[in-house]
Design a binder for this molecule. Structure first.
Ligand SMILES: [Zn+2]
Length: 199
């Protein structure tokens, strides 16, 4: 059996690399302001959803580049371990709508959660179910503020980290944190690959 190393173009500039190239990576910026989420103790986004980062994420989501999402998620794991005290914290994710999952072929939140726990002693579990399967994509900021409805399944721990790919208003992740509070969680962290700063 021969080994095949797949070189896949950088989703930002098109250069043949293993995913996002180092030049494009160095252009990603941290957000300068962060949303305050009522039910979340601390929210940590890694990057501002700017032009280049947006291209990378869209490639991951729309062109089925799970390798790009995995590459970003690996870095995200290091970022979170360096910035949050995650001892005893379990990782869960905001599940994608059925529609989004079918279109992409994978649930990006789950891929992100797996990469975050990989190589750490944290465990991950699914604790959320979407009550409505209406996609958030293409809705205006006002409608996004309403957020989807979630239901908690299983027995979530007291301390939880909720991960997501891109947070716009924070309505989804805040709605998720709210149902976890009601289910008895006392410390809730939230984190995303990127945050869309209001402009
Ligand atoms: Zn590039």
């Amino acid at each position: 059996m021969s080994m095949v190393f797949l070189e896949r173009p950088c989703p930002v500039c098109g250069l043949l690399a293993k995913g996002i190239c180092s030049v494009c990576f160095s252009g990603f910026r941290a957000p300068t302001e962060v949303a305050l989420l009522e039910y979340v103790d601390k929210y940590m986004p890694m990057f501002d959803y700017n032009g280049n980062f947006r291209k990378a994420i869209l490639a991951g989501k729309q062109a089925g580049r799970v390798d790009v999402i995995k590459q970003l998620a690996k870095l995200f794991g290091h970022f979170l371990l360096a910035n949050l005290d995650l001892k005893g914290t379990e990782v869960t994710w905001v599940p994608a709508s059925k529609f989004a999952k079918r279109r992409r072929g994978f649930d990006q939140g789950k891929v992100i959660a797996s990469s975050v726990v990989k190589g750490s002693d944290m465990r991950m579990a699914r604790y959320l179910v979407r009550e409505s399967h209406v996609s958030q994509t293409g809705k205006g900021r006002f409608h996004r503020l309403l957020g989807p409805k979630f239901r908690v399944i299983g027995e979530p721990p007291k301390t939880l980290l909720i991960v997501d790919d891109v947070v716009t208003t924070g309505a989804s992740i805040n709605a998720a944190a709210n149902v976890f509070r009601k289910a008895g969680c006392t410390k809730i962290y939230a984190a995303s690959l990127a945050y869309v700063q209001p402009r």
